[in-house]
Ligand binder design. Structure first.
Ligand code: SAH
Ligand code: SF4
Ligand code: F3S
Length: 475
């Protein structure tokens, strides 16, 4: 995973998928050829690539890790910041090399850049054969057939009801233990800086029973953690057509958590305006719903929050933080912070530093403001904070967060946590890595007979700002 602005910018918009694991049950894998897929952006995009993999496997395409051997190269893109788009454009140059070596290879651009740029992408990037928006993946087989006949294809229609509820994702991005489940798509919030409502369309929630079936199937196949995904999970709302009863996010969580106590539930992202006590109570009711909330503040200053159209102010946000810690003192909270939004003063920037201190975030994703075409902020406000100032403010935010993360982790020394083993640590196959309920990565020596997917008790002996180091007990 490559890092963008700073060490703690851990979102996935600059990362790309490495290995491809397929548990596809395709009837004739590889009959039509092989596809290579790279994903950028948020977890939802990675999950979308798994939906695309499912559609492709039904068509007889098999995944491949070597792009030079692929008949079809797909790149699932992100538009969230200018840099994310720039990286994809650079990546397209590499795909051009494949096309030169292997004429006939088709290149498709999926995801948010496809949606934002539409046919401009076909005009500007001559190597691209297909441009497919996030709601049009069912059309991929047709677009491939068309491209095989030499005709470039475009489908960027947004939908009001597409949730891909009936498609069982092929887990190409998975370690076999943790999986993403998209529970809703789109976003109706219109934060003034954000391109997502334009690239992902209107908010819609997926059939609760299809979510439940997917989670049950994952559990039966040995998965032990699911992350329920949405741009704004707390506004999940689905009406059961049978009895007209509405299912809220808290109810959905309860349904999924009831599948089995050994299936961990995480969720992302919560919008501070929407997270309810009902959600917090449900989290407390189930041991297997993790004590972790990603609650992006974006800024700690009320005037800037208003300009950002976040619909809450500093006081409201602080009340939410207080409430979470009141109901669950063990809960870890993380955030997203934007440095140098339009007209932000030094004093207002300091409010972002102090919100990090106040909320005691376990970690944050931190970004420099990047103006996005078509957003409210681009139309209404001047992007007037000089680049060096944005950079400096970002590094102050990062320094503050690193200090708070370090303190947060130091407090865990001596404590024992239930850890779900995810696999070997990066450094050694003699060590496991896994996360505790609070979403902290813990590294520990292997002891006894365990495997990924097992829960073990680990006592923390030391900690850095990013990781806990511990030892297994009662193995
Ligand atoms: N739906 C999620 C966020 C999705 S985008 C939420 O509302 O929390 C992930 C993060 O990217 C945002 O939280 C924000 O911090 C950041 N981001 C979005 N637009 C940005 C922009 N124009 N410049 C810099 N960061 C941005
Ligand atoms: Fe973007 Fe705001 Fe929607 Fe998140 S809630 S995706 S930041 S518009
Ligand atoms: Fe990026 Fe689209 Fe996700 S803009 S962050 S890939 S919704």
């Amino acid at each position: 995973m490559l890092l963008e602005d700073n060490q703690l910018t851990k979102d996935m918009d600059e990362s790309r998928q490495g290995e491809v694991f397929s548990d596809s049950k395709s009837v004739n894998p590889g009959e039509r050829g092989h596809y290579y897929i790279e994903s950028y952006g948020c977890a939802m995009n990675f999950n979308d690539s798994e939906i695309v993999a499912s559609i492709l496997s039904k068509e007889g395409f098999a995944p491949i890790t070597d792009m030079f051997a692929a008949d079809l190269i797909l790149v699932n893109t992100c538009s969230i910041r200018e840099k994310a788009e720039y990286n994809v454009r650079q990546r397209l140059r590499e795909f051009d090399k494949v096309k030169k070596e292997r004429p006939g290879t088709l290149v498709g651009v999926l995801g948010c850049m496809a949606e934002r740029l539409k046919k401009k992408l076909l005009e500007e990037e001559k190597l691209v054969d297909m441009v497919i928006g996030p709601d049009a993946y069912r059309d991929i087989p047709n677009l491939i057939a068309q491209a095989e006949d030499g005709e470039k294809g475009l489908n960027v229609l947004l939908s009001r009801d597409e949730t891909y509820a009936d498609i069982n994702p092929v887990r190409i991005n998975s370690n076999g233990v943790c999986a993403f489940i998209s529970i809703m798509r789109g976003c109706d919030n219109m934060c003034s800086f954000c391109v997502v409502p334009f690239t992902r369309g209107r908010e819609r929630s997926r059939d609760a029973f299809s979510i439940l079936a997917e989670a049950q199937d994952l559990f039966d196949r040995g998965y032990r953690e699911v992350t329920l995904l949405g741009q704004n999970v707390d506004s999940y709302k689905w009406e059961n057509p049978e009895n007209k009863e509405a299912v809220s996010f808290a109810q959905l969580m309860e349904m999924v958590a009831s599948i089995h106590p050994d299936l961990r539930i995480r969720f992302s992202t919560s919008h501070p305006k929407d997270i309810t006590d009902e959600v917090l109570f449900t989290m407390n009711k189930f041991e297997n719903i993790c004590d972790y909330i990603h609650l992006p503040a974006q800024s700690g200053n009320s005037r800037i929050l208003k300009l950002m159209n976040r619909t809450y102010d500093r006081e409201w946000y602080i009340q939410k933080i207080d409430r979470i810690y009141e109901l669950n003192p063990d809960c870890a909270i993380s955030s997203d912070i934007i440095a140098g939004f339009c007209t932000e003063t030094e004093a207002e920037h300091k409010d972002s530093l102090s919100i990090i201190e106040y909320a005691k975030y376990s970690m944050s994703y931190m970004f420099k403001y990047s103006e996005r075409p078509g957003t409210l902020a681009e139309r209404k406000y001047e992007d007037d904070i000089p680049e060096e100032v944005k950079k400096r403010r970002l590094s102050e935010i990062v320094e503050t967060q690193m200090r708070i993360s370090f303190e947060h982790n130091q407090k865990d020394i001596g404590k024992t946590f239930k850890v779900l083993i995810e696999g070997n640590s990066k450094k050694s196959d003699q060590q496991w890595k896994g996360r505790n309920s609070q979403n902290k990565m813990i590294i520990f020596e292997k002891l006894g007979k365990h495997k990924p997917g097992d829960y073990v008790e680990v006592k923390v002996n030391s900690a850095t700002k990013a990781t806990l180091l511990g030892e297994m007990i009662n193995s």
